[in-house]
Design a protein around this ligand. Sequence first.
Ligand code: 2HG
Ligand code: ZN
Length: 454
Amino acid sequence: TTNVLASQYKSLHNAVTLDDIAHFSSILPKSSILSTLPPINTPPEDLDSYNNDWMTRYKGHSQCVLKPRSTKEVSDILKWCGNTGLVGGGVPVRDEVVINLGNMSNVRSFDPVSGMLRQLVSCQIGGNVATNAGGLRLVRYGSLHGTVLGLEVVLPDGTILSELSTLRKDNTGYDLKQLFIGSEGTLGIITGVSILTPPAPNATSNLLLSLPSFVNVTDVFRLAKSHLSEILSAFEYIDRQSYDLVCRHTGKKALDESEVGNSEAFVLIETSGARKEHDEAKLEALLESLYASSGAQGLITSGTLSQSAEQFATLWSFRELIAEAASKVGKVYKYDVSVPIQKFKEVTDAVRSRVVEVLGYGHFGDGNLHLNIIAEAYAPVIDAALEPFVYELIGEARPVFGRYKGSISAEHGIGVMKAHALHYSKGDVSRAYMRRIKDVFDDRGIMNPGKVIE
Ligand code: 2HG
Ligand code: ZN
């Protein structure tokens, strides 16, 4: 895929020249430019971290990384790129200019009463907004589409779109900022964010449960919501294979093995609230009702409620270390899908029928399942077993296969890896309008080429 993409736009775009470097040197101090070209002459290995993705599946060949310090500098860079046919990207697919916003991380203002923070972008906040990854607590705090109140964005021609509003309510026509949330750098560069920040909770607790069968997870979820209500801050699903892998990886067991027995599923529940004793009373009532629940086997086989900050962290690690443990075993194919919660196991089993080692886990409360397929190496035979099978299983664009009417990317986005598969989740009309929107903002196609829409 990488090579096809690269050749497609090579003809349309220019490589970085000495002229470009000279011009960038007039915008930025030399210390803010990395380039293998003279007069900068950065050693090529210093550009490696910008050219590699962490899964080591893609390698770019960028020869120029720019680190602007202000919105104006970002604007000046893009004006030049637009005029000269240079392309700008996040992780390059080929030889794009990489624009790194690590130098722009100051807080512009913070209102402690309303909890509104205006920030010059840091790589974390701007990147989060542009990728719109949901994370572990979306179930409590909602998505960035709700909490981002305003954005400042440098458009591909250098124009600054200034919508750094801090208004909670503003129903004045089209909400342009929403287009940039999750746009993966394809429409503009986010240089400022105003965002609603809830106060950090005074008290947090968590609890890990083992459940005899997958069907019990939905019952536990229902009970957790009714007992915990607004203090529920995470509800995570871990299948048996994922749990066993983390136990092997860490050499630890979170729960009593004799109680866990043949349990098929695990659930991690977190609460965040204002008063520890109130939250604990609610959690204990939940546990009581879980143990008391009737049915042939009961709803849970064992449960541990954390008793200390250390145990709180240990219980979380059984969920958070799954991806790391998988990456230690082999090469990992990752799918990040939205399907009805009742179907998590069915989907995982369907993939398991095609390849050997599959982990199913994720953000149950959000209907977001992570499938990690572990293989000895990335290989065509595994690619063929997985694709288009997984997309046809999940996607809705092809009604014949689209049994789950799900999303092929719940939170990780489309990027370069899934651009060819967008049609499984977005219909013809949606894709046509996405293309038109891309062209309105970036008619020269200089922003993150090859990503999201081909
Ligand atoms: C998570 O929820 C992350 O742990 C990563 O979204 C999931 O690596 C993955 O597949
Ligand atoms: Zn996730």
